[in-house]
Design a protein around this ligand. Sequence first.
Ligand code: ATP
Ligand code: MG
Length: 580
Amino acid sequence: MPDHPEPPPPRARHFIQQIVDADNASGKFGGRVHTRFPPEPNGYLHIGHCKSICLNFGLAQEFGGTFNLRFDDTNPVKEEQEYVDAIKADVKWLGAAFDGGPNAGGLFFASDYFDQMYTWAEELVSKGKAYICDLSGDEMSKMRGDTKAPAQSPFRDRSVDENLRLLRAMRAGDFPNGAKTLRAKIDLASPNFTLRDPVMYRIVHAAHHNTGEKWCIYPMYDYAHCLEDAIEGITHSICTLEFRNNRPLYDWFLDSLGFDFPKRPQQIEFARLNLTYTVMSKRFLLSLVQQKLVTGWDDPRMPTITGLRRRGYTPESIRALCDDVGVTGQDSVIDVSRLENALRDHLNKTAPRFMAVLRPVRLIIENWPEGKVDELDAVNNPEDVARGLPPTTRKVPFTRDLFIEQDDFMETPAKKFFRLTPGQEVRLRWAYFVRCTGVEKDAAGNITAVRATYDPATRGGDAPPGPNGEPPRKVKGTIHWVSASHCKTAEVRLFDRLFKTPEPGAATGNYLDDLNPNSLEVIPLARIEPALAAEAKVEDRVQFERLGYFCVDQDTKPGALVFNRTVTLKDTWAREAAKE
Ligand code: ATP
Ligand code: MG
């Protein structure tokens, strides 16, 4: 039986698919589709980047095209090899196969093009389209003006020869940081600020993770990016909306260097992914790490790919979210519960279920003989249709001494409390009906055990029909349990959202003011059923019945399992919001 028996309803093609359709129809790129994902290696990737990766890789897949992973590593100061390695692993994990498979374009580094970019910079100088400017950064911003036409740089009219000589001296290391820049000579009166003689190269005496000490001048984003795209033969250069104003500049450099279709890339902007309760900028995420407000980039509360992965997210669920939110040209904020729901949908079908008790209290079955063990059959995942029928099962040992969840018992029950309370009968999942007979307490009056009797006729979890064909007796509640003598212990980490407000920082301007102080609760001694303890490997994803989806954390050591709660079974935040 196929995984998804019903195909999803057809969906309108998004505006970038329509652009590619039109380009293919007109032959603008000779039928080629070549995309790239161009991260700067100055931090770990986050869920926002996933949208860009899925879009770019998805287009390559859909149109039989090619996808590159390219590091936009033009800034030596903030970039590190650690980030390069992590980004490669994250992109692969998400499923964008850049270095193998039918759409793989390969792995590239912008810094490998520094020689070519520099040659083109000399060409622009020779054409009178760029000049060396001695203004400081501050002077330049002032002179670029605000809304009125700005003052002209006193260096704008240097001769081509002088500009070439100075550019070569800049490259040779004759000047300190900030002493000079190479600027494009475009239009100081343009209403579009990016065209007001933008900087192309600046002096930075710093070692680069790839080129070492070779360069002391580095290209700026706007100059570098269009050329990186052109060198790689990118057709559709997709970026986020804040680059819309930069598009004329992207085109100006390509025009000035004589690039023409079909061997010229075009920039297309789309809306970035924003999520509620989440900060997404690498700068903010880095400061959470540096200030030790999280345990690292891979803290399961982080919206980084590595954090989501450690939390238990699947690549399928992240891709499903990106697909679900679609591609538009209008910025919006997506409710983080949509990400959580995408994960529930996937894990509901794929994660095997087990029983675990987080906060145990002992349940003694009075009429069960001491030492007797009944091996009951428990279904692994009733939703797992992919594995065919009948569903697979495992054995769960049932004994006289069990553990149940403390809050599944109330001595004085609240209204509509259908779980265990004196006199009431409940179903123990996969096992028997039990009726509560009382409690045991210590001298201080704390409950030390709950007592019950079981009905042997309900083995498997259902009552038989009455002797005269009456309908079987029903119970209102089902609770989970483990055998006290067979269960194993595990540490369980329960996470909540890292921020307690939908738009962190909205009220005070500082997102740290909205950190949720209770985003992590550690349960040192949860009890889990023996079959799970025997099988669990790091990154395995399971459901603990009634408690949520969990995955095995990398901190697990032999004999010391650690689980992360990935997500609860239902959206508890929605439930809380509904109560208010
Ligand atoms: P941040 O602002 O989080 O530091 P960035 O845009 O500086 O991110 P880059 O490494 O430059 O990070 O981004 C690589 C690619 O990912 C770019 O094409 C960028 O437009 C895209 N991208 C970044 N954030 C998002 C987002 N939230 N949604 C969609 N695409 C994004
Ligand atoms: Mg950036």
